[in-house]
Design a protein around this ligand. Structure first.
Ligand code: SER
Length: 317
């Protein structure tokens, strides 16, 4: 039994959909409150408490936190890279203000622990792209990346100034079958599986050799929970930890799919997301995460491909 009460903000999104279910299995269904501006999956809605919550509304956030006696918040609501380029004001406002609102719930003593995701988008075109290290040049070139970098500084500031226990990961592109990602540059690596099963072909909006760091959702959920469960004194980094899974490009993932669907065809037709991808790392050095809280990814490209195709096939049937 635990006394923790957890609030997930952004429970209908790609990460929230799976994190809520995992946390409910660990902490008990009634102790994990899902929230979003729109309804979450049936699995989330039916397995425990749900609140309609717009995190931009600070008094409503405070009311939900108080009423449920929330001790931990996972803030997953955000505008991703491609969407934020199309709506820069909303990207800045949502990504920054949501974090301030949540950190202030901790600053004013209502909440003990906060999780907030950063991204490989904190890096930019001047960052060394191979095995990008934890501490390196960070000059992000996108609205999303700028909010993630500012957010990291904000997290570290709150930790140093107010002793807030805030924890964060720089997620690579996340691949999952339960929920679609919402408007990112790495979305191709999810769409490609759906198209492979539906049409047997996919038109990639990134070139065949655009290598990016990626991770399968079970690894991402496990990384998140392992970080949140780690003893506070072990965590040396309060901005955000580099975490690595696998790196591949559209050509390599299409070859992996062909091993299961030999007739699968990929074509290429780039759009504005190519320019974003060009500024991001190709691979990530996560030795600090390994050292501080024992991180290690499990899924390689073949294991991920096999699992995605199996689950999506079941879903489509
Ligand atoms: N997957 C995200 C995006 O593409 C990166 O954090 O925007």
């Amino acid at each position: 039994m635990t006394k923790d009460k957890i609030l997930i903000i952004g429970a209908s999104g790609q990460i929230g959909t799976e994190l809520v279910i995992k946390l409910r299995s660990m902490y008990g269904n009634i102790n994990v409150i899902a929230s979003d501006v729109k309804n979450a999956s049936d699995e989330v809605m039916k397995s425990g408490p749900y609140e309609v919550l717009d995190v931009m509304n600070e008094s409503r956030l405070h009311e939900v936190v108080k009423r449920h006696g929330i001790t931990q918040i996972y803030l997953l609501a955000a505008l991703l890279s491609a969407t934020a380029e199309k709506n820069m004001e909303l990207g800045w406002a949502l990504n920054m203000r949501s974090l301030s609102h949540v950190l202030d719930q901790a600053r004013f003593g209502n909440v003990k622990k906060v999780y907030w995701p950063s991204s490989i988008a904190v890096f930019g075109s001047t960052t060394p792209q191979i095995n990008t290290s934890q501490h390196t040049i960070m000059e992000p070139n996108t609205v999303y990346g700028i909010t993630k970098q500012a957010g990291e500084r904000w997290c570290e500031y709150y930790h140093q100034k107010f002793n807030i226990d805030v924890r964060s990961l720089r997620y690579p592109g996340l691949i999952s079958w339960k929920t679609h990602p919402g408007g990112g540059t790495t979305d191709y690596a999810v769409q490609i599986f759906h198209q492979a099963l539906k049409d047997g072909e996919y038109e990639s909006f990134l070139t065949e050799d655009t290598t990016l760091p990626m991770m399968y959702m079970p690894d991402a959920v496990r990384a998140t929970i392992e970080l949140m469960e780690a003893p506070s004194e072990n965590l040396k980094i309060r901005s955000s930890y580099n975490v690595a899974g696998i790196s591949f490009n559209p050509k390599e993932i299409s070859e992996a799919i062909k091993a299961y669907i030999p007739k699968f065809k990929i074509t290429y037709n780039t759009d504005e997301r190519q320019a974003i991808a060009n500024t991001w790392p190709k691979s990530i050095d996560d030795s600090e995460a390994q050292k501080d809280w024992g991180w290690k990814h499990h899924f390689d490209l073949d294991a991920l491909t096999k699992d995605m195709l199996l689950n999506l096939k079941n879903k489509y049937n």
